[in-house]
Design a protein around this ligand. Sequence first.
Ligand code: FE
Ligand code: ZN
Length: 169
Amino acid sequence: MKFISANLDNLKKLYIDQLQHLHSAETQITKALPKMIEKASDPQLKQVLQTHLQETQGHVARLEQILQNSKGEVDSKKSKGMAALIAEGEDIITDASDEAVRDAGIIAAAQKVEHYEIAAYGTVRTFAEILGLDHDADLLDTTLEEEKHADVVLTQISDSANTRADKAA
Ligand code: FE
Ligand code: ZN
């Protein structure tokens, strides 16, 4: 019994740690998305990113709610993984001299961010289920579905964006 509760305690700590990293990641995304929206040319791409910016603000709020309930500090960890993905995206935006190519690059960068989030939310949702934190699991699943949806929509608009980029001189 002692062994099991020690394990649960460790998993709980890992869970909080991962939530703190996700909070950092989402906060970084709320700062990066406005720049991506500004640099995007296709109005549809701008709209998709704008919608996801609003959803992302909700993701930050959900994480703060969950962390508060678990007495986990906010702003105590930095997601180096997300910082690197955003830095790569900024490089694409800087380097792409053609606007259609830049749009295709913005979609590429955004989808890497979504896949990071899909992996991370899948993990913490599963941790929450194992820890018996059903309300947390529901909140995290709601966010996970929004991340998956954003990825699907980006794939849909990449079709025409990539075609336009292919026609660039
Ligand atoms: Fe998110
Ligand atoms: Zn996202």
